[in-house]
Design a protein around this ligand. Sequence first.
Ligand SMILES: Nc1ncnc2c1ncn2[C@@H]1O[C@H](COP(=O)(O)OP(=O)(O)O)[C@@H](O)[C@H]1O
Ligand SMILES: [Mg+2]
Length: 259
Amino acid sequence: MKDKNELKSSEKFLEVKDLLLKRGDRVILDHVNVSLRKGETLVLMGLSGAGKSTLIRCIIGLLPATSGEIFINGAEIAHLKGRELDELRKHIGMVFQSPALFDSLTIMDNVAFGLRENTKTKESEIRKRVLEALDIVGLHGTENQYPSELSGGMQKRASIARAIVTNPELILYDEPTSGLDPIMSSVINDLVNDLKKKFNMTSIVVTHDLKSAKAIADKIILLHKGKFLLTGTFEEFDNSNDPVIRQFIDGDSKGPVKM
Ligand SMILES: Nc1ncnc2c1ncn2[C@@H]1O[C@H](COP(=O)(O)OP(=O)(O)O)[C@@H](O)[C@H]1O
Ligand SMILES: [Mg+2]
């Protein structure tokens, strides 16, 4: 990885080139292309089964592509092995749909987990960084509590604290607001925007929520059956005349997409 400071904001931070992913004969991702600059927020939308989570798993290096290339900060991830891939992953934070916290660990120990497991950071430094991360997500004072003592929205924020505590340059969120009430969804949206403002964080957010998309997206991709139907701004998306996109936006049961 290049040093963070070496990267100019005009440079591409993430580039997915002609990515093809097949499972047997089935095409899951059909020659897709993404390019994202440092500090941009990409929103990935699409119906269930469109391939959103699969694309995220490819980007984080969990799933090898059938063909195509993925560059993060100039490094092609398929060519990275062992320690190099571990090193790259340290620069990527992941927020899963379910908070996936360990019930038997305090919030401190949950958020500290990755730092303790994967780095040689001193315990005093770890505690300091966990408290900072909890502050950033608005969970000041919860470090000695257990996940079951927190609301769903707070657990989600704890999982975001866990993702940011390693100082990642890229955060991937897979449906971070699903199951949350509208107010808590707005809190999460604000957090994504705050991280961008404060740390020039690059984010990819999978969501079905048009309000979230409008609030956070620099760029939207609509993934449909493994292909990109549209890449553009929220306005371009919202004003599209494409019948599939219209059906998606209007949430219509009638239209070109049959369930
Ligand atoms: N482990 C797997 N094995 C086989 N097919 C899978 C696997 N994971 C996902 N798929 C298929 O890939 C397609 C895309 O899935 P996914 O990326 O989870 O969609 P989304 O996140 O957009 O709902 C779906 O058709 C799904 O059935
Ligand atoms: Mg998914």
